[in-house]
Design a protein around this ligand. Sequence first.
Ligand code: PMP
Length: 355
Amino acid sequence: MKHNFGAGPGILPHEVLKQAAAAVVDFNGIGLSILEISHRSPEFEAVLDEAVKLVKELFSVPEGYSVLFLQGGASTQFAMVPYNLLPEGGKAAYLESGVWANKAIKEVKYFGEAQVVATAKEANFTYIPKDFEIPADAAYFHITSNNTIYGTQLHKFFPSPVPVVCDMSSDIFSRKVNVADFGLIYAGAQKNMGPAGVTLVIVKDEILGKSGRKIPSMFNYQTQIEGGSMYNTPPVFAIYVSMLTLNWLKSKGGVEAIEKENEAKAKVLYDEIDRNPLFKGVCVPEDRSIMNVCFVTENPELEKPFLKLCDEKGIVGIKGHRSAGGFRASIYNALPITSVYVLIDAMREFAENNK
Ligand code: PMP
């Protein structure tokens, strides 16, 4: 058995994988695979409806918001957001809290100006900047709720005079959020929601249609809303597996219950990092992520031997991102706390053997 700490595509619940595997051969006993049915069939329409319903239920999405399942990953949203929300000659405010935020900022130049209100680049993104003003004349304010590479997370959202757009790719459905505080939320599915290939967008309808731009159909949120995420052929299988994963989350007690589990998992792991003389955390404690736990060995020469020990214990995916180094344990919703204890035991054994 493997303990999957990979940053994404990340771990999915085993029972979801079993259901998905069965549906590849025979979907709901209809004698056809989920991979070979029409997206316009009543069977798939029921899947999409259920997925939208689960998102609304799990996240208590208020009236006046649309839920979309799109393609192109979160990276396409980096461009789609300014394309739809930024008027010609306008500006948008961005918080530069990591590489993904930086990539989002880079896309704005095709449409207008990105005003970076604050950055943590000088500290290799090991904290979340908090002391800044959001310009009231910006079309929107863009943040990344969880910085997957560095292991920082926004534990409080900023009050904003303009609609807040949030990239929640790596912490969607890991904790409660008040959707009404956001103009638009987007997330690639492949960490907490499902497999790669589908991107969730939750958008407040009233912020759309104001940029005055002509937008090609596939890039236009309005077209996607009117088409019910089926303007073209949607990623049928990725939506199906996302629906199963959301259903699994509901059966576990929803976002509130998983948030408690996630906090418990993060706490035991950070406690060990702080206690163990061989390891140290990378980020400012108050901004530590409950999804991606980044740490290093005090002595860099111990990095390789620790990875080897992890490998022997079936711990996979903990090598840090190439731009951050060290280790990153991603402890997404589907990772059981028992796997976290296996990692902690390995850290203790390693410290014992390297006194
Ligand atoms: N934003 C964040 C916070 C991410 O972690 C990632 C992917 N790891 C992306 C954006 C890019 O997502 P995608 O690969 O789906 O375009």
